[in-house]
Design a protein around this ligand. Structure first.
Ligand SMILES: [Zn+2]
Length: 260
């Protein structure tokens, strides 16, 4: 298992895992929730205006995954990373854990998911108990030792290039999934193409080795459309949601970390 680090600024010593808590040699101690996730949030993170996904967004997304509409995206991510049981994988901004948990079950690798949302990780920990789930602010600090991982995933999440590079081992792979311009186009109109800017952001320390767009449509009933709207924080429409065909589309970028 990857070494977990104390999130307290200027501490960052290795945490020791016990049954109900983790603690560092300086005495900083963090609870492990009943459902199994480790809560490394600090007071300044709790006060954040963006504490991550709300419960209704988490459950809406979970129901969409259970309907199978994101299956093609899951399969494509699995193909692109082609993980083996010896890999150690971090999902930074893992949400309710669908992608990491499903891939870990299929491949048997060691898996760690980090997200700032307590409701998301509570759901993840109950659903995928063999993975390690950590509530932390990965924008600030990814709470793992240098070179802990062979693969880092960032799936429609905020990106922290410096931290991704630090926790990847030499030659490790980074999979970035971005919403493509036609993602949910029926509900929110065309979006921006984020590929070029993302390649530029990661260009110095990473080499792009594969690029792929995976798009699918699904015929959703009104309840599922409502779940999509919750998942993108647009539940308050004047009209009730109606059944419609919706496009789900991701741009996948696979990078290799260059040796330093
Ligand atoms: Zn500490």
């Amino acid at each position: 298992m990857a070494a977990l680090l104390c999130p307290v600024r200027d501490c960052h010593l290795a945490l020791v895992r016990e049954e109900r808590r983790v603690f560092c040699p300086r005495g900083h101690s963090f609870d492990i929730a009943r459902s199994g996730y480790i809560n490394l949030l600090q007071p300044q993170d709790r006060r954040s205006k963006q504490p991550g996904d709300t419960e209704s967004a988490v459950h809406g997304r979970r129901r969409l995954h259970d309907l199978g509409v994101t299956g093609p995206q899951l399969d494509a991510i699995g193909e692109v990373i082609s993980a083996s049981p010896s890999d150690v994988v971090l999902d930074a901004g893992c949400g309710e854990g669908f992608y990491l948990g499903s891939l870990a079950r299929a491949s048997g690798f060691d898996a760690c998911g980090v997200d700032i949302s307590v409701p998301a990780l509570d759901t993840a920990a109950r659903r995928y108990p063999t993975c390690e789930w950590v509530v932390a602010n990965a924008d600030r600090f990814v709470p793992y030792a240098d070179r802990s991982f062979s693969i880092v995933l960032s799936i429609t999440a905020r990106m922290n290039a410096g931290e991704f590079l630090r926790v990847l081992n030499h030659g490790g792979r980074l999979l970035i999934a971005l919403p493509a311009p036609d993602d949910l186009i029926e509900l929110r109109g065309p979006g921006r193409d984020r590929v070029a800017r993302t390649i530029e952001t990661f260009g110095g320390d990473f080499t792009l080795i594969e690029q792929r767009r995976v798009s699918t449509t699904a015929d959703l009933d009104a309840a599922a459309v409502q779940d999509v709207l919750h998942s993108i924080y647009r539940p308050l429409r004047s009209q009730p949601a109606q059944a419609m065909r919706v496009t789900f589309s991701l741009d996948l970028l696979l990078f290799r970390a260059e040796s330093r």
